[in-house]
Structure formats: C-alpha cells, structure tokens
Design a binder for this molecule. Sequence first.
Ligand SMILES: Cc1ncc(C[n+]2csc(CCOP(=O)(O)OP(=O)(O)O)c2C)c(N)n1
Ligand SMILES: [Mg+2]
Length: 647
Amino acid sequence: MSMRLTVGQAIVRFLEAQHVERDGVENAFFAACWGIFGHGNVAGVGQALLERELSGDTSHLRYLQGRNEQAMVHASVAYARHRDRLAAMAVTASVGPGATNMITGAALATINRLPVLLLPGDTFATKVANPVLQELEDPANGDISVNDAFRPVSAYFDRVHRPEQLAPALLHAMRVLTDPAATGAVTLALPQDVQAEAWDWPEELFARRVWHIARPAPEPAALTRAVAAIRGARKPLIVAGGGVTYSRANDALRAFAEATGIPVAETQAGKGALPYDHPSSVGAIGATGTTAANTLAAEADLVIGIGTRYSDFTTASRTVFGADDVRFVNLNVSGFDSHKLAATSLVADARDGLYALSTALQGWAADQAYTARAARLAAEWDAVVQGAYDLALPDQDGRPRLAQSQVIGAVNELSDPRDVVLCAAGSMPGDLHKLWRTRDRKGYHVEYGYSCMGYEIAGGLGVSMAALDAQRLEGEDERDVFVMVGDGSYLMMNTELVTAVAEGVKIIVVLVQNHGFASIGALSESLGSQRFGTQYRYRTKSGLDGDRLPVDLAANAASLGADVLSVTGIEDFRAAIVKAKQSSRTTVIHVETDPLAAAPDSPAWWDVPVAAVSALDSTQQARATYEDRKRDQRQHLSPPHSKDPTS
Ligand SMILES: Cc1ncc(C[n+]2csc(CCOP(=O)(O)OP(=O)(O)O)c2C)c(N)n1
Ligand SMILES: [Mg+2]
C-alpha cells in the first residue's frame, strides 16, 4: 500500500509517528514544529502543517509561530534540554535569510549536544528560473547554496533533491537525534520545489516507530581500569557535567558520592547534579568556580569527569588541576569526550556507569579526613554566598544601588525550589555558577556551551513549554521559569516575548539594566583594554563616552505585551518577584544594578590572549600578567598510571 503525499506532507506525517523509549517509558519525540513562512516553505512544510492542523486528528504536529528563526531554534534546544533529550522540536524556515538565521541556533545545539531538527528551505532543485529570490550564486560551483553553511554546525546534514531520498534522510535524522553520543542539530535542507512535489510513499514509512535511547554498559576491562585508578587515589574529585542530568543519573551520583566520600564539583551544564546543600557538593568548578571546588581541584590526584566536555571554563583553561601527578578517569557516553585529558576512558551511560562503579568499589572510600575537609571548604563558600546575597551598597545620588549578587540572592530566596533559573551570556552566568543555590535537578539552566546572547528569552519560553509538557506527560509539578537577562542580551533578542504572550506561556524575565556589557567591561579592563566599547553611551568628539543612552527597556517590554514591573531598591525588587510569581502572565522585572559591584571570586584564570606588542601601558602590563599566568597552563598528556599504586 502506498500514500500519495507531497514531500512536506510526508515529513510532517513521519515526525508525528516518531516515539522514543528509555527505561521502558515511551513518549512522542516531537512536541511541536516552529515555523516562519516564506516562499521557501509556505507551500511545502507550511501547507502540510496547516493540512494536519485542520484534519481534526488530535495527534497532529502542533505548529508554533515564532518571531525570529534563531530564537525558534533556541526555544527548541532549551525545550530538549529541559526534557533531558527525550523530546525535541522541529523548525521550518524559508530559503536564504530565514534558513541562515538558524545557523547560530544549530551551532548552539550541536555544541551543547542537544537535539533539534532543522528544516530550512533550499533553492529549486530543478533550477529552471534561477537565481531565485535570495539565492547565492557561485560562478565556480553549481551545487552549493547558503544551506551548506549548516554542515559544520550540524550533527547530521542532508539535502533532499528527490522524493526518493527522503525516507533514508528521515531515518538518519532520527538515528542521530536519539543517539546520546551523537546528538545535536540535524539539518535536512529541502529545495522549495521538492517540498511541494507529490510521491507515492510506502505506508510503512509512517508507521509508529519507537527509537530506543541507549544506556550503553561499560566494557568490563575498562571498568576494571577505572576502578583500579579510583582505588589508588588519595584525593579524588568528581566533576559532574550535563551528561549526569540527561542520563537522569542524579540519584546514582548521590549514592556513589555518599558511599565513597568523593566530593562532587559541577560544570555549568552539570550544576544541579547534586542539591547545593548535599554534604558531598563543593559547587561550581573552574574559571567561575567556588573556592571549595577549585582548592580541591588544585590538589586532586584523580579527577573523575562524568558527562563533561571539559570546556575551558571548567578547567580554568587547563590551570585548575594543579597536582603534578593528576590523572583523569572519564565516564562518558561518547568516546570523544571520555578520552579527553589523556584519561582512563570509561565509555558508558552516566547512570549505569555509576551503578557499575558503585558495585565494583563496594567497601572502598576516600580518606575520611579528606571528605571532611571538602565539606568544610564547601561550608566556607556557602558563607561567602550568603554575604553576597546580603550585600548592601551605599546609596548613590539618593538612589539605592543594587549589586547583581543581591538580585541573584532575592530570586533564589523567593523562587520555589523547583523553579528554573535560566541564563546564557554576560556577567550573570559566572555569578550564577558560583552563587546560585540549586535545589532541584532541573532548577538551573545556563547555556554556556555557546554562551549565546539572545538565547535567554527564547530559551525561557522553551523551558516553560517543556515544564508544561512534563507536567502533562510525566505528572511533574509546575515550575516558574526565571529568565535572567542583561540589557545587552535583551537588546540583541527580545522578540520571543511576543510569542510568550501569544501562546499564553508564562515566563518571568529579570532584566538587569547596567547600561552595557558589565562582563566584557571587566574582562576588557583586566586585559588592559580599558572597557573600550562596552558601555552604551552617546558618541561625542572623543568617542562613545557621552551620557548614558536614554533607552527605556521597560517601555520596550511593555510595548511587546508583557506585564512590566520597574524597581529600584531591593525591597521593591523582592515585592516584584512575589507579584510575578502570583501572576499567570509573562512579567518583565526591570532592575538597575551597579556594573562595577563584582561578585566574590575564587582565584582562577581564563585564557584570553593579550596583544603581544602595544603602545598602551595598560596593555603592556596586562601582557606581562598574561605571560605569567600562561606558565601555569597544563596540557594533561600523561598516560594513566600504569599500575594501581595500592596493589
Ligand atoms: C551573540 C553574542 N555576541 C557576543 C558575545 C560576547 N559577549 C559575551 S557577554 C557580552 C555582553 C553581555 O551584555 P549584557 O547582556 O548586558 O550582560 P552584562 O555583561 O552587562 O552582565 C558579550 C558582548 C556573545 N556571548 N554572544
Ligand atoms: Mg549589561
């Protein structure tokens, strides 16, 4: 039996039939398809979405209208992250700019190992009247289009020139999207004529299909090597990454940490692996780490990386692990990550790998004095956090001045433990990493693989949609989503506030106005570049150093349909949070903070090169410091110790 459908209609039918299963639990994989229509997709995938919506079939793929293609990808990626990669979204875009707007989102997805299906329109396969509107012409190359720019940022890419190619392309797309080691952005470029072309499809293409999400078991010999390395360690430290959460390995990690007494530090994606007040938790590690985690990292003889990519922020640009004899054991579902830092590799699912390690290490524990010291260091840091939450700056010009750490503290104290805090770029991610007290495994969502300005509001929308779906499908309780966004990121992309209003999906946006880039300002100053170009000011004869710009972001947010609360002091701010939580509508809280009030730090470094020659004193001094710090940088090339030192 066959069904005659267009390519666009076949795609939508296929997506509706895809399910995933892990641990015996099944659910539909695609929660929705975002789309902005143009001549490249309106009559193809767009027409197919309409036809399904009008069909009355309750299982039709839901269409979501976004305002910007990049934002639609961000929302999808955030959705998939919140659902632990067990569900995802698709995005259809027109040819040309609609398609290329998605490239930033694709890179973000692939870097963060999060699934999203991208369906950019492409120029005519038949090429009868080319160049068509928005077509890139290359005098030396007849078969490229702007969509080729998706290749390096996609975990899988294909272009469907002929209807016959569609079925294998769709199956490969699902293979990659549901593979925990390979997942990322999957791009199927769809020439606009092909999308509308009819074909007789075998009915089995649209049969209900269940993709098993694997939990690969560790190879016994690899497990033995990892166990020997851990048994030989005197000062072991766990670095928990995003893989812990996606695998839902939190309970397994807690049990492992409790049984072995090994302290647990967290990366940005891994924050929330343990609740902040768990006795084994030493908090954030790396360039934005706590004094507890970074002190232990400096002394560790064995680092057990679980589900981490070891980004430069995690390793403080390879300076945080300081012991001469430090070695690594990496438990990761991907061999690419498990081999990093010349580690003893343990390729496995995080949860099942931890179970296997726990069983094999039964009866073994780290030195009690070491475990107790880790807990002491963590308590010391927690006192620093409380101080930062309670910080009070003297008023200036009769107006209260707020530090960002106070803003974080108030949101932390007045949000429910289950609520989600979300951020991506600026000074906020580092401050949140150090200071946020995470109380729920999904309570912390900072996109720091791509740290993409503009992710925040769209991402918050995606998480809020995911939380609603998790409520409906998995019986979860409701969560509010607090989007922390700087004025710079807000100006870059605030468009999805409109979508939140249209969909009736609530987010609480904390819009931190500090009149420019506090983060890059501080970075610039530390590198001798004098905060050049990081403040929003009028141009004068000498540069961008006039008065502050009169931009009214509160008015801007209100104009997009959100409820807006503009506050100055901490008491006002706290009252606004309470009000926003009580409301069922999207609320933007506009708060002014002091860009110069820095949060507490631990000594840690981030490698950002400084000009080697310069006429500026500030740059020359910064270069000298840079060369000094560079000497501490390690490559971590040593092979694992050949013998278990205790045997
Ligand atoms: C799309 C994008 N462009 C540039 C950067 C580099 N960058 C990182 S933070 C930042 C400034 C962010 O400003 P704002 O949102 O106001 O936060 P603040 O630094 O003031 O806390 C810039 C330009 C980035 N991360 N993403
Ligand atoms: Mg700012």
